[in-house]
Design a protein around this ligand. Structure first.
Ligand code: ZN
Ligand code: ZN
Length: 778
């Protein structure tokens, strides 16, 4: 075939043309709610909400985004191709430290910075051809959005799920701000600047997630059974929850004061050597009553402790001087240490050096005698069974007055930050009335947009026209809360607004939750997000249960916002995280420019299973580009052959009289056509299953295999016949149409272009899935 311009694979040209066509026919607009009759009939179209992650307005789309959205987009397009009504939209998570620091670096106001970033990132995502409903996209930093964060704050505050506490918070000296525990890296450093983090004491606002830990735990079992939560997502929820099974029992001191202690080692109660209490435990002050001990505790809480010294060898341990009686009457000194929190949550645990390496270290540090070789617990309990394993130790523990118990590492988290680029907290401090919530009707409490943060302190607190206000209760002069909400708080509900048409979001607060849209689209059928989204999803699951109980989301009986969840792993380079610092960043723009969006999308899907981290290599890109070029060239060669054959048939008909008595050639290839149709059928069936299960890497392989089968068919036909024509040529072209259809969700531009070149309607909504006929949009 001649390498003529119109038939050469030119991704840039094709992709521009397709994207223009999509805009023209408004291809990704969220379908209207189907009218259903009072009997519930008439709503026959399956409808689903697929939620991509909400990106930070960080400045650029990176290859990790491309991976994430390529998976979600392929799934969204697959469901549309099957005739389902799909909602696929997102908003930018535009508040918070990344934007603030970007603004500082760029010397602009944060609002300018996020607007610029969002525009640039939207352009990048559109160039990649992702099928988001852009009409529904939003910025969390727009007043029409953040007033909803304020509304949520008020609702949760009223329900007692947000509270003000003097708390120990992680503080970064460099960033001059408090950090959520999830913003503290494993080594005890700041997630943002990687500097040291200290624990200090500050008045803070907390979200009481502890109220829903148990329900989140047992609902997780239901998620696992649903089969549409993948293993990475489930594991992330277990990690955040941090469930520890064990027993608890009451121990008493000499005066009879009781303290409930926990241990995961139910079979080793008599081997306990000490008791370890969290510094955040409500009874900590009671047991640290001695002035010298109290002073140590205060010092621990107010900043004497580097977050990096977390290990048992260096972490602070305070001896309270108090002693409890153990189950065998032995004396157990009571120590206080933050070591408890990260292992068992805010609680009190038994220190059992014989069972636990960390406890052994603490015992040594505190100068306790090594455990004596006393009789093993089986001797104590006789026929009740041995110690150690949970199953048989239960009767033993019960004999000691212990009962089964569970602890969770997850705990209430700080939602306030001492920074200016965030949702203002709708609270006013009045000298007469105290802490007063702003009335819902007065929302939003507007964030001044002309603030230019410098990177230290909180400029909002220095802005008198913001701070000075009047009390909503008594009208006397009052001061506004100048802490803002952490963007993790905004994220609690940022999966909701996509369900609502942009216009409706402008309307009054209560009405939005009364809209039929929420009942129609929720729960979200699938979240597709990075494996680092575990905390977001956990907290979103928590707040959904709160809003169910409070009322607005009462229609979600199990309090679960997401029916399904797929977490994909990160993109790495040579096994390392990509970073500017390491100089190993892959630039998606460059790749798209060079190979086209379809190739880049196909490569990230092909290179690894979503649950595996994707170790970047250019070979996947090269292979996928070669594949798409071959499909393009081959399909067009066959289209040309068919056109030639058509011409010959027409010419032949004109001369029909001359050789009308020619005998038909015996067909020796019928079994090959049968084989081809079986290959197609089996291939489509496999690819369909792959797409349903979001196993895109497998789908890509099966599409490639199908193409090989098609070429194989041609080879076998040519081995028997001198040319490819008639029924064989038609069968081959039909198979190529099926190939284009299966490529539709994966590489939408080239697929749609081939589909049209194969003689299908330009106006078709998109390539339909094989066997499905979609309505043509007039
Ligand atoms: Zn920092
Ligand atoms: Zn007042």
């Amino acid at each position: 075939m001649a390498n003529s311009a119109p038939n050469r694979y030119q991704p840039g040209v094709i992709e521009t043309r397709r994207q223009a066509a999509w805009r023209e026919r408004d291809a990704f607009r969220t379908p209207p709610l189907a009218a259903s009759s009072p009997e519930g009939e008439g709503d026959e179209q399956t409808h689903l909400y697929i939620k991509p992650s909400a990106p930070f307005t960080s400045g650029n789309v990176h290859i990790g985004h491309v991976r994430s959205y390529s998976i979600g987009d392929a799934y969204a397009r697959f469901r549309r191709a099957r005739g389902d009504a799909v909602l696929f939209a997102f908003g930018f998570d535009a508040f918070g430290l990344p934007a603030e620091l970007g603004a500082i670096a760029g010397g602009v106001s944060p609002s300018d910075w996020v607007a610029r970033c969002a525009a640039h990132m939207t352009g990048q995502l559109q160039r990649l051809g992702f099928s988001f409903d852009w009409e529904r996209s939003f910025m969390s930093s727009d007043a029409v959005m953040y007033r909803w964060s304020q509304w949520l704050f008020l609702v949760l505050y009223e329900a007692g799920l947000i509270y003000r506490g003097i708390g120990n918070v992680d503080w970064c000296d460099t960033c001059q701000t408090t950090l959520a525990s999830i913003q503290v890296e494993a080594g005890g450093t700041c997630w943002r600047c990687h500097g040291p983090v200290r624990l200090i004491q500050l008045p803070q606002w907390y979200l009481r997630i502890s109220a829903y830990l148990e329900e989140n735990d047992h609902r997780l079992g239901e998620r696992a059974q649903s089969g549409i939560w993948d293993e990475v997502a489930l594991a992330s929820q277990e990690i955040v929850l941090g469930r520890v099974d064990g027993v608890e029992l009451e121990l008493r001191d000499a005066e009879g004061t009781p303290l409930t202690v926990f241990t995961p080692h139910a079979g080793a109660l008599t081997q306990a050597r000490f008791v370890l209490m969290s510094a955040r435990h409500p009874d900590a002050d009671l047991w640290a009553a001695e002035p010298a001990v109290r002073e140590q505790l205060e010092q621990l809480r107010s900043g004497g402790w580097e977050r990096s010294s977390r290990e048992a060898e260096t972490i602070p341990v305070i001896d309270t001087g108090c002693v409890l009686h153990g189950v065998g009457g032995e004396a157990l000194p009571v120590f206080i240490s933050p070591l408890v929190d990260s292992r068992f949550g805010v609680t009190v645990v038994l220190g059992i050096p014989g069972e636990d390496r960390t406890d052994e270290v603490i015992a040594q540090r505190m100068g306790l005698e090594p455990p004596s070789q006393e009789p093993a617990p089986e001797g104590v309990v006789g026929e009740n069974g041995g110690a150690g394993d949970r199953g048989s130790s239960a009767p033993y523990a019960a004999g000691m007055g212990a009962r089964p118990a569970v602890r969770y590492k997850a705990f209430d988290w700080v939602i306030s930050r001492q920074r200016s680029w965030g949702t203002p907290i709708p609270i006013v401090y009045c000298e007469r009335c105290g802490t007063v919530p702003v009335a819902a009707a007065q929302l939003p409490v507007a964030l001044p947009l002309d603030i230019k943060p410098t990177g230290t302190g909180n400029p909002l607190a220095e802005l008198e026209e913001f701070v000075q206000t009047s009390c909503p209760g008594c009208g006397s002069p009052a001061r506004r809360e100048t802490d803002t909400l952490d963007c993790h708080f905004d994220a609690l509900w940022l999966w909701v607004p996509a369900c609502v048409p942009a216009q409706a979001r402008e309307d009054s607060l209560e009405e939005i939750f009364a809209l039929a849209d929420l009942r129609y689209w929720l729960p979200c059928e699938r979240v597709v997000a990075g494996s680092d989204s575990g905390n977001f999803v956990f907290d979103q699951r928590t707040v959904t249960k709160a809003l169910r109980d409070i009322g607005p989301l009462s229609f979600l009986a199990d309090g679960e916002p997401f029916a399904g969840c797929l977490f994909h792993e990160m993109v790495t380079a040579e096994g390392r995280k990509m970073s500017k610092h390491l100089g190993n960043v892959v630039d998606p723009d460059e790749l798209v420019e060079r190979y086209g969006a379809d190739t880049v999308r196909l490569a990230v899907l092909f290179a690894a299973r979503p649950q595996k981290s994707l170790n970047w290599s250019d070979s996947a890109v090269l292979r996928c580009h070669r594949f798409l070029t071959q499909v393009w060239d081959y399909t067009h060669a066959m289209i040309a052959l068919q056109a030639d054959a058509q011409d010959q048939v027409e010419a032949g008909e004109q001369h029909a009289g001359a050789d009308g008595d020619r005998q038909p050639v015996r067909d020796t290839t019928e079994h090959l056509r049968l084989k081809l149709s079986q290959w197609c059928e089996a291939g489509v069936s496999r690819i369909t299953t792959d797409m349903e299960e979001l196993e895109m890497h497998s789908a890509v392989r099966n599409v490639m295999r199908l193409f090989d089968r098609i070429k194989d068919f041609e080879k076998r036909v040519r081995a028997r016949e001198d040319e490819l024509r008639g029924a064989n040529l038609s069968a081959l072209v039909d198979a190529l149409a099926v190939l284009a259809q299966t490529l539709g969700p994966l590489t939408p531009h080239i697929a749609e272009e081939l589909w049209i070149d194969l003689g299908n309607d330009e106006r078709a909504a998109q390539t339909p899935w094989p066997g499905v006929s979609l309505e043509v949009v007039a």
